[in-house]
Design a protein around this ligand. Structure first.
Ligand code: FAD
Ligand code: NAD
Length: 474
């Protein structure tokens, strides 16, 4: 039986990063992952690289180029003839991006001398893992002094709209449409619904999002949710709140899906060509043999861990989507690094208070730290600085002036408590406030940092100045 210092189950952004960091620290490391691409080849990278962050952003960028071609470039005095789209080429490009990055992980495994098993990993006892090949006809038991469970998550299924992978699809199906659906329904107006809804809307679909909650993006800063809701409506996304889907019916003859949903007491019917179920994701623990080691999961099916991602069983850790906390790739990766470093005897930790969140619509929504609502609920006194992008020269130069920055500072200590952005490149801009939070900065610190002119980052500078009512350009 082969022995390792660390065995990682799952090679998503949690698992592959944990494996690399463990190997960098001199630990003898193995990683087991079962993902196969459409051609049946092993494809490490998990959800994120294969069917998540990377392919969705590839399509978001492609579709935004098309949108800009038809909507933004003419305002810059650029004339285009007949603009057209080639979905097959767009999808081929997306697949190439995935291939390049997943191949890159295989290379990193090799370079770091990580033993890589393509197949299913399951506990048989203690810290012994049975690795089965994809045909399930070749099994091997390996043992680790430490095990890191990084098995990720899968889409939540709802009985009212059962995925058939042709008419009713999950996020993976919605990343793979080969033609633009004329009428696209999406159940769930969360991150996936909004991002994939934006892709197909830009490419020409009429998109309707049915959201069960009465509020739009309730976890997001309320002003940003309001502003974003208006912007998305202008873009053509039809977001219906408080909408509970009761049933769906596929009609093969017409190639459509009839969706019956209720808003309050009123019943509604909608016919679409494709329906996407984007109602959240659930942790993957089935088939992992947790029963053989008596490792329990919580009410939401997540593996229970302490603040250092350690399970109640000595030497068994869990990270990423399979545990508590936001289902974000960068959160999974940071947990992977911290766990590997702790196994190697270092005192690493993850600062859950400074995680950036991004929704890659256009404009983008990005934030870090607390919202006003959370601060009010916690009774923490705060001051607010706001600054609109339309007051920035650079935003006018690029022709994209929507959105604003909001910065929240403690009313007494001025400590930076949160920052909320809605605007072009917000995903990149939010990094500054995350850095500031990690350094326990005050809003005054940001106000005194020199920001290049003309840039969108001046919006953060001005919002910090606005906390004390001294913004210059607004
Ligand atoms: P995963 O990436 O899910 O990887 C787990 C791996 O473990 C998989 O390869 C799985 O096959 C393997 N596995 C499971 N069980 C076993 C087993 N028994 N044996 C062997 N292997 C096993 N997050 C962001 O931060 N930014 C984004 O822009 C973003 N966009 C997204 C877009 C979409 C459409 C989706 C679906 C998700 C998106 N996410 C995004 C979320 C992100 O993908 C996840 O948070 C992230 O992938 C979680 O990483 P992980 O390593 O925990 O799990
Ligand atoms: P989500 O939790 O963000 O949104 C799901 C939405 O569906 C919620 O608003 C919920 O109220 C709604 N919903 C649930 N059941 C419903 C029903 N029966 N009818 C109507 N609405 C219903 O989940 P998601 O959008 O599926 O994304 C899954 C995970 O992937 C999230 O945790 C997210 O963090 C992650 N993700 C992140 C990014 C990003 O960071 N940019 C992008 C995509 C996905």
């Amino acid at each position: 039986m082969k022995n390792y210092d660390v065995i990682v189950i799952g090679a998503g952004p949690g698992g592959y990063v944990a494996a690399i960091r463990a190997a960098q620290l001199g630990l003898k490391t193995a990683c087991v992952d079962r993902w196969l691409d459409a051609t049946g080849k092993p494809s490490p990278g998990g959800t994120c690289l294969n069917v998540g962050c990377i392919p969705s952003k590839a399509l978001l960028d492609s579709s935004l180029h098309y949108h800009n071609l038809t909507h933004l470039l003419p305002t810059h005095g650029i004339r285009i003839g007949d603009a057209g789209i080639d979905i097959a080429a767009m999808q081929t490009r997306k697949e190439k991006v995935i291939k390049m990055l997943t191949t890159g992980i295989k290379g990193l495994f090799k370079k770091n001398k990580i033993t890589w098993f393509s197949g299913e990993g399951a506990f048989v006892s203690g810290k012994r893992i049975e690795v089965s090949n994809h045909q399930n006809d070749d099994k091997e038991i390996i043992e680790g002094s430490n095990i890191i469970i990084a098995t990720g998550s899968a889409p939540v299924a709802i009985p009212a709209a059962v995925v058939d992978n042709q008419y009713i699809v999950d996020s993976t199906g919605a990343l793979n449409f080969q033609t633009v659906p004329e009428r696209l329904g999406i159940i769930g107006a969360g991150a996936i619904g909004l991002e994939l809804g934006s892709v197909w809307n830009r490419l020409g679909s009429n998109v309707v999002l049915l959201e069960a909650k009465d509020a739009f993006l309730p976890e997001v800063d309320h002003d940003i949710a309001k502003e974003a809701g208006k912007a998305f409506k202008r873009q053509g996304l039809d977001i219906r709140l408080g909408a509970l889907v009761e049933s769906t019916k596929i009609d093969e003859k017409t190639g459509s899906v009839t969706v019956v949903y209720r808003i309050g007491e009123e019943m509604h019917t909608m016919e679409v060509d494709k329906l996407v179920v984007a109602c959240g994701r659930q942790p993957i623990t089935s088939g992992l043999g947790l029963e053989h080691i008596a490792l329990a999961t919580d009410a939401q099916g997540r593996i229970e861990v302490d603040s250092h991602c350690h399970t109640p069983i000595d030497g068994i850790h869990a990270i990423g989507d399979v545990i508590r906390g936001p289902m974000l790739a960068h959160k999974a990766s940071e947990e992977g690094i911290a766990v590997a470093e702790r196994i190697a005897g270092q005192r690493s930790h993850v600062n859950y208070e400074a995680i950036p969140w991004v929704i890659y619509t256009h404009p983008e929504i990005a934030w870090a730290g607390k919202t006003e609502a959370a601060l009010e609920a916690a009774g923490i006194p705060f001051r607010v600085g706001r600054f609109p992008f339309r007051a920035l020269g650079r935003a006018h130069g690029s022709g994209e002036t929507d959105g604003f920055v909001k910065i929240l500072g403690h009313a007494k200590t001025d400590r930076l408590l949160g920052a909320h952005l809605f605007g072009n490149h917000a995903s990149e801009l939010v990094a500054e406030v995350v850095t500031a939070m990690e350094f326990s900065a005050c809003t005054e610190d940001i106000a005194r940092i020199i920001h290049a002119h003309p840039t969108l980052s001046e919006g953060i500078h001005e919002a910090a100045l606005a906390v004390e009512g001294r913004a210059i350009h607004f």
